[in-house]
Design a protein around this ligand. Structure first.
Ligand code: HEC
Ligand code: HEC
Ligand code: HEC
Ligand code: HEC
Ligand code: HEC
Ligand code: HEC
Length: 298
């Protein structure tokens, strides 16, 4: 019965005109789902099978994973990382980093990186590598410290789900209303903003929960200029919403958050952001665009 309801509701959503989100209950910035606990993405599948499958097929869900057999045989031949008891692999698209316990059993990032494009090892980082839970986990797991799930699960963006699972009409921090673009920017910005520092000096916004404003927990030069090379469109976009005049729905204009596709982006109106990747005013791409992981080179 509940499943049926969800299907009917999802059908309604698909048919609803743009902007209809404002009719959904708005998340309360003052009271995030702090009383709720993490239940794991698997629990969402029965009622949201379509979203679940899309998410499962996209990089967020498996950005932290067990090393594959291919990873293991490559590792055996690597210069700096052979013979390590590798437990975890990080990264899906271009690069993969590996995590193994040191002599005292603390998980650390190894000083080598598999480069998919060139099919070879890059030497990055030093020994002893950074402690995984203190430097990487927050953005590559869900509900980190301690982690509740590997990868960017549903609850990394929607907040802990126990209250909603018990009563589907409870959608506190779950909605992304058009009227609150800074809350949506905060969710993506929690991981995609480069160079922020938590109040404890960590390179991730420890304590942030979806449905709240990132600026409350993250120290960042919001008005600063970005002089680095490469594709910083995500960072710039987050900043124009959180610190600037733009009140658009940041990433969601161009990306489906569950599929991460950017196929619809070409029909967006020309704006300053297009110049981040394109030669001004055309579809021709600029050179030197690169994905940016905030702290992955450590
Ligand atoms: C028992 C079935 C059920 C389960 C389990 C469930 N949901 Fe839902 N979900 C629903 C229904 C029904 C709605 C529509 C509720 C409404 O609008 O009143 C909904 C709505 C939502 C919405 C839209 C909220 C809005 O107003 O825009 C999100 C996001 C969502 N669910 C995410 C999740 C996540 C994440 C999980 C797993 C942690 C989950 N759901 C588990 C049934 C479920
Ligand atoms: C908990 C951290 C976290 C949050 C929150 C998060 N992301 Fe990500 N995102 C990642 C990580 C990590 C990757 C890299 C995945 C990989 O390649 O291993 C990524 C990758 C992506 C990609 C590239 C995927 C591809 O196919 O190339 C897009 C696009 C993206 N995220 C968009 C978003 C948007 C939009 C939001 C907000 C709705 C968001 N992300 C929220 C951590 C996060
Ligand atoms: C503040 C959040 C954050 C932290 C902390 C973080 N990452 Fe990432 N990481 C990301 C995001 C976001 C992406 C996706 C970047 C993109 O595609 O533009 C990513 C991508 C990656 C990738 C894949 C890059 C690629 O090109 O496919 C690897 C590997 C990686 N991170 C390793 C690490 C390691 C190792 C650490 C700890 C030393 C770490 N990350 C810490 C957010 C983070
Ligand atoms: C990277 C962040 C992110 C992750 C991970 C994520 N969502 Fe979402 N989700 C969003 C955003 C942002 C929206 C609002 C999209 C919009 O309004 O266009 C949304 C909308 C929804 C909706 C309502 C609209 C729709 O597309 O049906 C449901 C239901 C939902 N998510 C469920 C889930 C479930 C279940 C998972 C895990 C299997 C999940 N989400 C994982 C960010 C995320
Ligand atoms: C104007 C449209 C637009 C907006 C707005 C936008 N993106 Fe993108 N993004 C794209 C396109 C197009 C690509 C694909 C680039 C490619 O394939 O090389 C992309 C790629 C990405 C990637 C993958 C980079 C890579 O090459 O691996 C990430 C991560 C990402 N976007 C995150 C975000 C986040 C987070 C936001 C919001 C803060 C955002 N984007 C806003 C158009 C946009
Ligand atoms: C994150 C990088 C990124 C951003 C930002 C971006 N684009 Fe693109 N765009 C791409 C990539 C990658 C392609 C694919 C080029 C290719 O396949 O040759 C593309 C292709 C296009 C195309 C050609 C589509 C086709 O079918 O040939 C148009 C038109 C376009 N973009 C317009 C825009 C507009 C308008 C904006 C700003 C609203 C924008 N882009 C922002 C990366 C980006």
């Amino acid at each position: 019965m509940v499943v049926l309801l969800a299907v009917v509701w999802l059908g309604w959503l698909a048919a609803a005109p743009a902007g209809a989100e404002t009719a959904s209950p708005a998340p309360s910035a003052a009271a995030p789902a702090s009383a709720a606990t993490y239940v794991g993405s698997q629990r969402c599948q029965p009622c949201h099978p379509g979203v679940f499958q899309a998410w499962k097929d996209a990089p967020h869900s498996h950005t932290l994973h067990a090393p594959s057999d291919a990873d293991r045989s490559r590792l055996a031949e690597s210069l700096r990382c052979a013979d390590r008891p590798v437990r975890l692999a990080i990264g899906v698209k271009r690069h993969v980093r590996f995590v193994a316990p040191d002599e005292s059993g603390v998980d650390r990032v190894l000083p080598c990186r598999w480069n998919r494009a060139s099919d070879s090892w890059d030497l990055v980082g030093a020994e002893p590598g950074p402690v995984f839970v203190d430097t990487c986990a927050w953005c590559h797991q869900t509900g980190a410290k301690p982690a509740k799930e590997d990868g960017v699960g549903c609850e990394a963006c929607h907040g802990p789900g126990s209250a909603h699972v018990a009563d589907p009409e409870h959608v506190d921090s779950f909605a992304f209303p058009a009227s609150k673009p800074e809350l949506a920017a905060s969710v993506c910005g929690a991981c995609h903003l480069q160079g922020g520092l938590s109040k404890d000096g960590l390179s991730f916004p420890d304590g942030f929960l979806p449905g709240t404003d990132l600026r409350e927990v993250f120290e960042y030069d919001w008005g600063g200029l970005d002089s680095a090379q490469g594709d910083h469109h995500a960072q710039r976009e987050i900043r124009t919403v959180l610190a600037g005049p733009s009140k658009r729905r940041v990433c969601l204009d161009c990306h489906d958050p569950h599929r991460q596709t950017a196929t619809a982006h070409a029909s967006q109106p020309q704006g300053p952001l297009c110049g981040e990747c394109h030669v001004s005013g055309s579809a021709e791409l600029r050179s030197g665009r690169e994905a940016v992981c905030p702290v992955c080179e450590l």
